[in-house]
Ligand binder design. Structure first.
Ligand code: AMP
Ligand code: MN
Ligand code: MN
Ligand code: MN
Length: 282
């Protein structure tokens, strides 16, 4: 299948994307995508609506999720593809992650209050709109209240690690997260390995731990990934026996560096993870 018409990493407004699942699928149809996964942070709430919209447009839909976890104390994202969103273990895992995110939102609010902002009001607005709140939602609220000019400066000034509104969260461990995805019938994919800024040695150890836990793939062709990052990811895939996944990490139409469904082909010799997804609706 033509990798340019596949996108296996996208967000809707159920996490920190701006579009509804129906609007996301309409954009995917406009871009002639044939295979689309919705992978919101720690929630599958948009999957049913996205599946119905994909069926109407003749796009194969993959129910997915991007789970937040930790390895050696560092935050790692694992995409689960073709998960059964009804599987009780996954349902319980997502409920637990929603609780952790709500607790962290309250802690962010307290920190913003100590920094002189209306932290309780900010946390209340975000919490009312988002059952599974992300820092991006807080960043948008900070922009709306004119505490920052745009998303990037809201992170830089308030929400990035070490800034006044940063609150740590105690995320689940990587191996447990990978096993949870597999138990829900899904394929676990190590998301955006270039984001973690690991040394080659640490990245290899992460890849080995991920594969040992049952991880199936790694993102190799991602919008915004340079050729060096992609060849490092491809080397990791070969070394650890992982398939390669493609996606945009699309959040909103206004970010041209993360366009839905447009990225490079997988390098030769890499098994496309999409080949393992099997026959899907419609
Ligand atoms: P969270 O998982 O709630 O900590 O939020 C992480 C999300 O924030 C990521 O998925 C990105 O979409 C977004 N993000 C993280 N850092 C930045 C940044 N510096 N600028 C803009 N968005 C960011
Ligand atoms: Mn995000
Ligand atoms: Mn991510
Ligand atoms: Mn993402």
């Amino acid at each position: 299948m033509d990798p340019e018409r596949i996108d296996l990493h996208t967000h809707s407004h159920h996490s920190d994307g701006l579009l509804s699942p129906v609007e996301l699928v309409a954009l995917a149809a406009q871009r002639s995508l044939s295979l689309l996964a919705l992978t919101d942070h720690d929630t599958t709430a948009g999957c049913a609506a996205a599946a119905a919209a994909c069926a109407a447009h003749g796009i194969r839909f993959v129910p997915g999720v991007e789970l937040t976890c930790q390895w050696r104390g560092r935050e790692i994202h694992v995409v689960g593809l073709a998960v059964d969103a009804q599987e009780p273990g996954l349902v319980a895992r997502l409920a637990d992650l929603a609780r952790r995110r709500q607790q962290r939102l309250a802690a962010i609010g307290e920190r913003l209050t100590r920094a002189g902002l209306d932290g309780a009001g900010i946390a209340a607005s975000v919490g009312a709109a988002k059952p599974v709140p992300t820092r991006t939602d807080v960043a948008r609220e900070l922009v709306r209240r004119a505490h920052a000019e745009d998303l990037a400066s809201a992170f830089e000034r308030w929400l990035a690690q070490g800034r006044p509104g940063y609150a740590p969260a105690d995320w689940p461990e990587l191996d447990d997260t990978v096993r949870g995805i597999t138990a829900a019938g899904g394929h676990a994919v190590l998301a955006h390995p270039h984001h973690y800024r690991f040394s080659n040695g640490a990245l290899r150890e992460l890849g080995a731990a991920f594969a040992a836990a049952g991880g199936a793939g790694v993102e190799i062709s991602l919008a915004g990934m340079g050729p060096n990052d992609a060849s490092r990811a491809a080397a990791l895939a070969r070394r650890c026996g992982l398939a390669g996944s493609v996606g945009s990490d699309f959040h909103e139409p206004g970010l041209p560096w993360r366009p839905l469904g447009r990225f490079a082909k997988l390098p030769d010799g890499i098994v496309p993870l999409s080949d393992r997804l099997g026959p899907l609706a419609p």
